[in-house]
Design a protein around this ligand. Structure first.
Ligand code: ADP
Ligand code: AMP
Length: 226
């Protein structure tokens, strides 16, 4: 059994469109710990025109990974913020073995480690269909799907009432580039954690709520809320 005082760090691994963001939002509400998404952090920097955003822009528009040094520094700063003191759901970081090793080292320095790594497995053709129908709230980053998980009012976020948008990098040609370039390092990260004996694979083609339950079981985590 996990020590109840231990910081609950869960890592969701999966290709673009696998459902990491969707699950991280649901788990964040159930477990009462924040959802930390490296892609959201980069997009916020882009929107705010920060130097980090400007450095990341070209990589993101081409479907490339942003260099490790920039990404590691940004994410470690976020993980050290007070709202993550009880735990966090990591979405999109680490995405390379170098990032994973940097994270493992930082956690080990504090006597911590990742509780569980969950790989959300979805076949490529389904990933492309999902991303084509993906709409995101620009205010709160909640994700919807035009067919599978629509908002109550078409095109409007249920929580914020804001018009939903499509991401710039969700165009089919960029999605294919992201899959080609980002899946091999992602599988290397998965192997890294499988070798450490802390990773599980979950069938991500199941309905959203069954995926959530499978993740909670894998993490041996007790929800704060039903
Ligand atoms: P990721 O964060 O891994 O890129 P998202 O969580 O944004 O993926 O999900 C991609 C799209 O697929 C979204 O439009 C989302 O609503 C939809 N989706 C997520 N999980 C499922 C599921 N289990 N079944 C069907 N559609 C899903
Ligand atoms: P995401 O929203 O997770 O799909 O990320 C959007 C884009 O941000 C990716 O296509 C990458 O260009 C960049 N990105 C996000 N997370 C990382 C990461 N951990 N390492 C490098 N680049 C990243």
């Amino acid at each position: 059994m996990p020590d109840p005082a231990e910081r609950l760090i869960l890592l969701l691994v999966g290709a673009v469109g696998a459902g990491k963001g969707t699950q991280a939002e649901l788990l964040s509400a159930r477990l009462d710990i924040p959802h930390l998404a490296s892609g959201d952090l980069f997009r916020r920097n882009l929107r705010e025109g920060t130097p980090l955003g400007e450095q990341a822009r070209g990589y993101m528009e081409n479907g490339d990974l942003v260099p490790d040094d920039l990404t590691i520094a940004m994410f470690m700063d976020r993980l050290a913020e007070p709202d993550a003191a009880r735990g966090a759901i990591l979405d999109g970081f680490p995405r390379t073995v170098r990032q994973a090793e940097a994270l493992d080292r930082t956690l080990a320095d504090h006597g911590e480690r990742i509780r569980r790594v969950i790989y959300i497995d979805v076949p490529t053709e389904q990933l492309i269909q999902r991303v084509a129908g993906r709409f995101v709230c620009p205010t709160c980053a909640t994700t919807y799907h035009a067919a599978g998980d629509p908002p109550l009012r078409p095109g409007i976020c249920d929580k914020e009432g804001t018009p939903l948008t499509q991401r710039n990098d969700d165009r089919p040609e960029v999605v294919r580039a992201r899959l080609d370039k980002q899946v091999p390092p992602m599988l290397a990260v998965l192997r890294h954690y499988e070798e450490a004996g802390i990773a599980d694979r979950i069938d991500g083609t199941q309905p959203i709520e069954l995926v959530t339950e499978a993740i909670l079981r894998s993490a041996n985590a007790t929800p704060e809320r039903a």
